[in-house]
Every structure is written in structure tokens, then in C-alpha cells.
Design a protein around this ligand. Structure first.
Ligand SMILES: NC(=O)c1ccc[n+]([C@@H]2O[C@H](COP(=O)([O-])OP(=O)(O)OC[C@H]3O[C@@H](n4cnc5c(N)ncnc54)[C@H](OP(=O)(O)O)[C@@H]3O)[C@@H](O)[C@H]2O)c1
Length: 164
């Protein structure tokens, strides 16, 4: 769709881990706040397993859930069955791709922006962010934060924009 920006939003540890046991591998309230600020009012695209892990629609956002199951229906979200259907269902000027690993892999070749939270840790995990060529992107923001009472590890907000 012309004029649609594809943005990935992901929190990733130094070792590439993004999740464990269909949940997150850390507590980071700073990251959750940023996620909310970035996504409020937008359309989200998430995989069915990420949908299961959140378990409810996120207020103030439209949710598209990608699944191969044609019969899958959920209250408070819409289902889509491939990348093209996700694009045509997207409304507004941005589609926020919010994971997990399978959906990031699908979206990375199309990503205009990546909003990373780099978590300064090497946790155990069973899901990793897919490898991608960082040289294709330009770092336009880096904001470092220390660990705190509600943030297990130091972290940095890093925005990448695809070089044109
Ligand atoms: N750190 C972060 O920022 C972050 C963000 C999001 C998620 N996560 C973590 O990531 C983990 C989940 O990631 P995941 O990779 O296991 O699962 P996922 O990407 O959330 O969902 C995978 C599911 O999406 C559907 N799917 C995948 N590719 C498809 C395609 N080409 N066409 C149609 N449907 C497709 C399938 O659903 P069906 O099986 O229904 O067909 C598949 O089982 C959890 O641990 C979660 O907490 C972390």
C-alpha cells in the first residue's frame, strides 16, 4: 500500500533473545511505556503466539493477528492469513509490527523503521530476533537508561531507519 510505513517494535537482548516460554525474558517497565507510546492509536500486526501470550486486545490500538488457521476467530482483534492481507487490512499511515520472531522475519525485508529496545543482558530464551543486515539501516536515535527498581537490566532505545 503506497504511503504505508512499516515499523517494527522489538525489545532484544545482547544475545538476540526476545522471549522465553511464550513470554518475555525480563521485566522492563521503561520498555512497556515506550511500547505504549509508540503504538497508541495505530494498527498492530502480531503473530498468533504473541497474541496468545498477551491474551487480550491492547486498548486504543487496532490489532491484526496473523495465523494460518482459516477458522481462527478472536474477540477484539481481526485475523489475517498472509503478509499481503495484513497490508491491505492496515489503516492509517503506519503498520506497527510487534512480533514475535516469525512475524519479524516476515516483515524485516519490508521494514522502513525499527524501534529497538536493546536490553543489556544475555538471558536464557527460546525465541530470537532474526538476523538482519544492520548496514541497511541508519541509527537515528540512541537513548540509554540505567537498570532500576522496575527495570531488570540497563537498556537503550534505538531507532533505525532504512537507508534510501
Ligand atoms: N521482546 C519483544 O519485543 C517481543 C515481542 C513480541 C513477542 N515476543 C515473544 O516472542 C515469542 C513468540 O514468537 P514466535 O516467533 O514463537 O511466534 P509469533 O511470531 O508470535 O507467532 C507465530 C504464529 O504466527 C502465525 N504465522 C507465522 N508466519 C505466518 C505466515 N507466513 N502466514 C500466516 N501465519 C503465520 C502462525 O500462527 P498459527 O499457528 O495460528 O497458524 C504461527 O504459529 C514469545 O515468547 C513472545 O513473548 C517478544
Amino acid at each position: 500500500m503506497a504511503g504505508l510505513t512499516i515499523a517494527l517494535v522489538v525489545a532484544v537482548a545482547r544475545n538476540g533473545v526476545i522471549g522465553r516460554d511464550n513470554g518475555l525474558a525480563w521485566h522492563c517497565s521503561g520498555d512497556l511505556k515506550r511500547f505504549k507510546a509508540l503504538t497508541m492509536g495505530t494498527t498492530l500486526l502480531m503473530g498468533r503466539r504473541t497474541w496468545d501470550s498477551i491474551g487480550r486486545p491492547l486498548p486504543g490500538r487496532r490489532t491484526l493477528v496473523l495465523t494460518r488457521d482459516p477458522a481462527f476467530r478472536i474477540e477484539g482483534a481481526e485475523t489475517v492469513h498472509d503478509w499481503a492481507e495484513a497490508l491491505s487490512a492496515a489503516t492509517g499511515d503506519r503498520l506497527m509490527v510487534v512480533g514475535g520472531a516469525e512475524i519479524y522475519a516476515l516483515a524485516l525485508p519490508h521494514a522502513d523503521r525499527i524501534h529497538l529496545t536493546e536490553v543489556e543482558a544475555e538471558p536464557e530464551g527460546d525465541v530470537r530476533f532474526p538476523p538482519f543486515d544492520r548496514a541497511l539501516f541508519r541509527e537515528v536515535l540512541r537513548e540509554e537508561h540505567p537498570a532500576g527498581p522496575r527495570d531488570d537490566y540497563p537498556y537503550a532505545f534505538v531507532d533505525l531507519e532504512r537507508r534510501r
